[in-house]
Write a protein that binds this ligand. Structure first.
Ligand SMILES: C[S@@+](CC[C@H](N)C(=O)[O-])C[C@H]1O[C@@H](n2cnc3c(N)ncnc32)[C@H](O)[C@@H]1O
Length: 503
């Protein structure tokens, strides 16, 4: 296990002691030097001599003696561990903890208490690792918990505790432990104990492991740890964890793989209406500024240009009697198609965004409707033109959408819409792992679609392709251009209609 291998390196590095007792201090230092040079046998002798001297010497300050004693036991155990004498190591680590348990309440100096806590936390942590190596998960778990109890900033004990729980298939508890380690490392106000040399690597590993635990049962609904009132799909939560893992470490191939497989043709087939509604209700006031000015969104005007190309050129675009702007937002697309719409209906799930559209572009729409586009297409049939920019990205499975477009549009009517495509690297991964992928839930919570899938669904629902165009960089996320598609389709007579006419 990668995380564990890295943590094991700490074993020889952490050697703590502070004492005024000259001779025991010397013995401790001599032992530490021998240990770091790999002379474990020699180190054992120094530490044992030191312990003997402490136990026979009653003149020194007992608290100073205690710190030295704790260090001697801990480092003695570490030397045994380096020699492969696991049972001796366990006995010595346990002695550290027992010695401290008996004296902790007598320590009045808080600085000394803190130091002793740290030494013992480290001893408990190492003890946990030995137990883990010996295949004793219960003892290991107890030791890691003890380490964290003594030193709440001991991220590594929580990371290893998570690994033990994961091996024991206690996935929920494992997520809590991993999250604790993650929170310690992310806390800007307190330095973690023994911070990792490469924090982004460790953060990536932690998120990857959180993702794996959550992925154990994707059918479930997950509860957010910091907001237990909120439930989300485990699929979304795992996707979030894997994408964070990739964000921290772009070379985390396992996380990349999990992200690709989890999100391609995932069991999530569309974003829930309540999710989309609350997203855009919250976003409404700042929506257009954020989308156009900050994210460089151009999908709305490029959809109109694509539509003109589809019909030949601008002069050949007729005026359509009834046009539905599906997922209209604040009216950016509606404005582009106003001059070819006799009666323009703006539809959106979010009332806040519809109000914003009316406020920002009074009179643009002849009518605004709050509702799900799939229902509105049916309620407002026959429709001559459906336009949808950046709104079908909340559907994964396009079948229900095409069923309702087929029902709502008249024969010969058009549907012009944009969709997202997967990013280039992901597309390559998918080509290897899932070549016939249909849709992919992206880390942003939206869906990307494969061109061939969209065309297959279109054909199956009596739509023919009039125009296709790549829509690269139509929006920017963290400075990276998002790839997309423009589709202009025309509804043909359905096979049923044709059969009816023939009869
Ligand atoms: C990113 S915005 C795009 C708005 C606008 N089309 C534009 O290009 O500026 C997506 C909009 O689609 C709406 N939307 C998403 N799914 C919808 C659905 N099933 N029915 C109605 N509106 C939906 C959202 O509420 C949101 O206002």
């Amino acid at each position: 296990m990668l995380l564990r291998a890295i943590l094991c390196l700490l074993l020889l590095v952490r050697v703590t002691a502070s004492t005024n007792g000259e001779s025991t201090h010397d013995l401790l230092s001599l032992g530490d030097t021998a240990l770091t040079m790999g002379h474990s046998n020699e180190a054992v002798q120094y530490y044992e001599q030191g312990l003997e001297r402490i136990h026979n010497d009653n003149d020194n300050d007992p608290t100073v003696n205690l710190l030295t004693e704790l260090s001697l036991y801990t480092n003695l155990a570490t030397a045994y561990s380096a020699m492969g004498q696991d049972h001796d190591a366990i006995a010595a680590y346990e002695k550290t903890l027992v010695a401290y348990k008996g004296s902790r309440n007598e320590i009045v100096d808080t600085a000394v208490k803190l130091q002793a806590d740290e030494i013992c936390a480290q001893a408990a942590f190492f003890l946990g690792m030995v137990y883990q190596d010996l295949g004793k998960p219960k003892d290991a778990a107890e030791a890691y918990q003890k380490a964290h109890e003594l030193d709440p900033w001991h991220w590594a004990s929580m990371a290893n505790y998570g690994a033990v729980l994961n091996d024991e298939q206690q996935y929920q508890k494992a997520v809590t432990a991993y999250n604790t380690a993650y929170d310690i490392l992310m806390n800007p106000e307190h330095k973690p104990t023994d911070p990792p040399a490469e924090p982004r690597f460790i953060l990536s590993q932690l998120q990857y492991r959180i993702g794996l635990c959550i992925s154990q049962d994707l059918e479930q609904t997950c509860v957010l740890e910091d907001d237990p009132e909120k439930t989300v799909s485990c699929q979304q939560l795992a996707t979030h964890a894997f994408s964070l893992a990739v964000e921290y470490d772009a070379d985390n191939e396992s996380a990349k793989h999990m992200l690709a497989t989890l999100t391609a043709d995932a069991t999530v087939d569309r974003a829930s209406n309540s999710y989309v509604k609350s997203l855009f209700d919250d976003y409404a006031a700042n929506f257009e500024h954020s989308l156009v000015q900050e994210l460089g969104y151009t999908g709305y005007e490029r959809l109109r240009r694509g539509f003109d190309k589809a019909l030949g050129n601008v002069s050949q675009v007729p005026v359509f009697a009834k046009v539905v702007d599906a997922g209209c937002g604040t009216g950016l697309v509606g404005e582009q198609f106003r001059n070819v719409s006799q009666y323009l209906i703006g539809v959106d799930l979010s009332q806040a965004i519809l109000s914003q559209a009316v406020k920002a572009r009074p009179g643009l729409y002849n009518e605004t409707v709050k509702g799900d586009v799939t229902q509105v297409f049916r309620d407002y049939k026959p429709i001559d033109l459906i336009i949808a920019a950046d709104s079908y990205i909340y559907f994964g499975d396009l079948v229900p959408l095409f069923e309702s477009m087929r029902e709502g549009l008249q024969n010969g009517g058009y549907a012009a819409f944009t969709l997202e495509n997967s990013n280039a690297e992901n597309e390559k991964l998918l080509a290897e792992s899932t070549p016939d992928w249909r849709w992919q839930l992206t880390a942003s919570g939206r869906f990307a679609h494969r061109q061939e899938y969209v065309l297959a669904v279109a054909q199956a629902h009596d739509f023919q392709l009039v125009h296709y165009e790549k829509l690269n960089d139509f929006r920017f996320e963290k400075g990276v251009g998002v790839r997309g598609h423009i589709f202009v389709l025309q509804k043909t007579e359905s096979r049923e209609d044709q059969q009816r006419i023939c009869k």
